[in-house]
Each structure stands twice: as structure tokens, then as C-alpha cells.
Write a protein that binds this ligand. Sequence first.
Ligand code: FCB
Length: 469
Amino acid sequence: MTTQEEQIRPGLRFPAGFAFGAATSAYQIEGAVTEDGRGPSIWDTFTKTPGRVLNGHHGDVAMDHYHRYRQDVAIMAELGLTAYRFSVSWPRVQPTGSGAVNQKGLDFYKRLTDELRQNGIDPWLTLYHWDLPQELEDKGGWPNRDTAYRFAEYASIVHEALKDHVHTFSTVNEPWCAAFLGYASGEHAPGRREPRNAIRGAHHLNLAHGLAVQAMDARRAGGCVNLYAISPETGSEADLEAARRIDGLQNRFFLDALLTGRYPEDVLNDIPIDDDLVRPGDMKIINAPIDVLLVNYYSRFTVSGAPGGKASAAAAPTDTASPWVGSEHVSFVNGGRPVTAMGWEIDEGGLVEVLTRVARDYPPIPMVVSENGAAFDDVLADGRIHDAQRQAYVEAHLGACREAIDAGVPLQGYFAWSLMDNFEWAWGYGKRFGLVHVDFDTQERLLKDSAHWYSEIIRHNRRHEPTDS
Ligand code: FCB
């Protein structure tokens, strides 16, 4: 055993075939927003609206990945990644969200996925990471049922063009965020504060997921949810009730729908819901069989239902309303754990908790952790970034994955968020999540210490693969 190998805990050894990946999304890295026929998305509009994004940052150039994808794939290969999760920009493929297909847009993803495959990296494609074509928002956006049908059409176009290139097609990234940050709190595009419409949006995003799965006869299809571990601040009735509500809207509303074809009764009682929203047959569509559940995990919420409770530091950077439709009174309190630069509490135990919960409470479904990572204020010194905190975060959460596997969870992979620093939504370029540092002026890429470390973990696991399952 070499010294290098001795540094790797047995708790970071994974079964053969476990995917070691990193994730990104189109608007956060691509740039080239008016190139080769791409149409505008709600994020183009939102970022250009004063006061919506810190410092007026936008994704016009972002990480210039549209032009630098070859270099970025070379970095992934250097890291030894076995999988890469990226998203397709809907307005690049269908500039107005319906009708005409923009071949040049599809060609970009063909080039990208070819490059990945040539480097032995499995492309995991996400169809929607929040960049709705603006024209569909002008017609009502996600609260409008028709958007779900437009999405299914777009899914079948992408699937038809890329089915021989892609390992797994997943549908909607984090429908909770798309619905509740987009249409209730207004922190994300399109920035509306319409609680009832946020519920409509949530249902239509679920419907869009199901319709898209049906529209693609992909070898592998997946759905994505962002799950939180949730604790009541105390054992009081009010706090337990707050925890039930937040768990209901954040976790169960989506898990139950996708995996069992029902909305949880208690959540339906908590929220304002239009009579005609859920139509006969919808839930069966939403429950369309999938091959894998993509779980994004970052943190634990500690919640209080006590009147006058104080929200914790993990607030939005801009002026927003509550995303917690029907449970606006719940406050998010400090749970006493160390936090990342986002103010998000670090709790790897919460990852074990959410993964084992899905395995225990739902019909059997293979899973991957499709996003996990941390923003910290990186310091560039002598050409290196010693991001020990990020490395510790990833190490702890990979350990949590191993623990979940040992507990019987069918976990097939881990994707670090993010491959590289990028446009962090309402926070603009103010928060860095990358394993790879990007100089926002020169576009120069530099592997942080966490990237070198992750790469070593991957290599170690691959070396042991044939005997290690
Ligand atoms: C997730 C998003 C991703 C990134 C991380 C930090 O909610 O899916 O795009 O912003 O948070």
C-alpha cells in the first residue's frame, strides 16, 4: 500500500461501478446567450431586471463553457471523473419553447457528449435546470398547464437527437426551487410572488416530469429532487407541526408524487390549491416508472412554529417573500452547526438520513447523489487554493454515502456540485462552489486542493474496482 493510499479511509471505498461525477447547469456556465440561434430564457430577463441578482451579475458570458467545453472535458478527464451531469438549455434547442428546433443548439450537445464519451465519461443529461424559454413565461410560465406539454415535446426532441450519446436522461432539476423560489418567494426567475401560482407551478413541473418520461423511451430516465433533513427546534407541538409542514412541502410533496403517484393528504390541507389543478390521470403520469432518483442534498433545516420565531442567517440576498406557501409562519433557526459561505449548516448525517428514508419509505428505486458541495471564500495564494473546508465537506458527505450503502441504500453514484465556480443564481458570481477555480476575468481554470483530493479518491477506487464490490 502506498502512502497515498493509506490516506484514504476505508469509508471512502465504493462498490465497483459507483459513479464519481461532478455537476453543472447550462445557464450557470455556458454563456453565449445570443449565439447560434439561442432564444432568451427567464434567467436572461431576470438578471437584467435591477435588484434581482446581487451586483447585477448575469450569465451572458458565465464560464464561457459553450466555447471552452473541450478544455473543460479535458479537466474532467484529468480528474478521472466517470460521469458528468450537465443540463441542456431549452431555449438553445427550441428558442421560443415550442415549434421550430434549432439544430445548432442540438449540435452543441452532440459535440459535448461525443467529447465526454471519447474521454470515458458518462453523460448524465438534465433537461431542465430552470432556464425556461421567455416566450413560455409570457404565456403564463409553469402555472400554465400547457407548459408541461411543451416540455414533453422538447424532451422528445432532445431524446431523439441524443439518445445514443447519453447515459441517463433526467427531467426537472429541483422542482421545489423552480416552483417556490420562482413563483412564491421571487428569489429566482421569473421572480413572481404568487403563492397559489407557485402550487400550480409545482404540480405542472411534476406533470412535465411524468410526460417527459413517457415521451422518451430512454434506456435510463430519472427524476430529481432536492431533499433536506429537517428537525424541529424543540419537542413542542408547534415545532413538531412546523417540521411536518416543511418536510411535507420540501420533501414529501415531490417524493410521494413521483414515487407513489399521490400527493400527501396533510400537505394538500396545508396549501391553497385550485379545484381544477390536479386532473384525472395526472398522478399516474407523474408516477411514470423511472430508473433512478437523483437526490440533491446540501443541508439540514431546523424549524420552529413558535410565534415570533427568528429566521436564521441563511436568508436570500435580495428582497424576497416566503417560499413556504401555506406555512409562511414557520421560522428557520440556527441549529448550532458550522455553516458554509451560503450560511447553510453542514450536516452529513442528514444525507444518510434522507437516503435511508427514501429507501425505507418508498418503493425500491436506485439513487444517486446528483448534487452536493459547498461554497467557501477561496483564497488564491502562490498559485494554489487550499480549500480544506470544501474538501472536508465533500469527504464527510462521501463518507455519508458509504454509510448509506452499508445501510442497504441502492446508491449508485455521487456528483459534486460543482465542477467549477459559476453563476450562483441570485448570488451572481459572489459564491464559489467549484472544485475547479475560475478566474472570472481571464476564464483561467485552476484545480483547487479539493479537486486534487477528489481525483485521488476516484483513482484509488478505480484501482481497486475489479476486486472491490
Ligand atoms: C442547487 C442548484 C444548483 C446550485 C446549487 C448550489 O439548488 O440546483 O444549480 O445553485 O444549489
